[in-house]
Design a protein around this ligand. Structure first.
Ligand code: SAH
Length: 241
């Protein structure tokens, strides 16, 4: 189960944090590290801080956008020290484990970490199904990036090591959750229909984009649900020709 988790570090500025995150993952038996536009990678500082977890660094995938990094995942979980302005359900790392255990099947999960100075951007926050906040001192709530990686990796290990593996439930392909890439395709389809029907005016309305993203991130659509929506959008677009 631990192999289903991908830790995605967005726009990391200090290479030492990348190395320390690799080490944090390896000690907990996790291995998937993805880096989105790191300022300095590969770097001797990252390798040094990784200690003997340099195999995790060597296999780390590097992406230009967060969208690409999470495209193959079915759940995207944001991590944040700030809690007031989050767009969807906020949970502790322990509650996250419970939520993932309730999923009908073992699905690939991305855990998203923000840049050191400012955390996750609004666009990144809005692509998440859930948000995790590590409970801290309310007057000093921001952990070092690699420390946050460590604590979440630890909770995942604790949660999944304590849970006896249930036999995999048989789920029809159509009832499996869609990937992030498929969700992006659906959102583009909606955007096209909204523009062609005149609901969206010429100049793009960013707030609608954000809310549609949030709505469908919360909905955890299955393939059959996506197919209904896409079929409907096709018929709307057909009538607009
Ligand atoms: N000033 C930023 C902190 C960035 S720390 C902010 O207010 O969000 C870098 C990253 O570490 C964060 O984006 C988040 O991914 C993680 N992190 C730090 N503290 C955390 C906490 N208490 N709970 C969950 N994640 C945290």
């Amino acid at each position: 189960m631990l192999e289903n988790f991908k830790f995605v570090l967005s726009h990391t500025t200090h290479p030492g944090n990348i190395g320390a995150s690799a080490r944090a993952l390896k000690v907990m038996g996790l291995s998937q590290l993805a880096l989105v536009n790191p300022s300095n990678f590969p770097s001797a500082q990252a390798t040094e801080r990784a200690s003997r977890a340099d195999d995790i660094l060597a296999s780390a995938q590097v992406f230009v956008t967060v969208e690409e990094a999470v495209a193959d995942c079915r759940l995207v979980v944001g991590t944040s020290a700030r809690t007031r302005t989050l767009p969807s359900q906020l949970v502790t790392p322990r509650e996250l484990v419970e939520l993932i255990l309730q999923q009908p099947a073992r699905v690939p999960v991305a855990i998203l970490f923000g840049t050191e100075n400012s955390g996750l951007t609004n666009d990144e926050l809005h692509m998440c199904n859930y948000h995790v906040c590590i409970p801290t001192n309310p007057e000093y709530s921001s952990l070092n990036l690699a420390s946050a990686v460590q604590l979440i990796a630890y909770e995942l290990r604790l949660g999944f090591a304590q849970t006896p593996e249930l036999p995999e439930q048989r789920i029809l392909d159509n009832e499996q959750p869609i990937s992030r890439e498929q969700l992006s395709g659906l959102l583009e389809h909606f955007d096209e229909a909204m523009r062609k029907t005149g609901y969206l005016k010429q100049n793009h309305e960013k707030q609608i984009d954000i809310r549609m993203n949030r709505l469908f991130s919360k909905a955890n659509l299955t393939h059959s649900e996506m197919n209904i929506l896409r079929g409907f959008l096709r018929s709307v677009l057909y009538r607009c020709q």
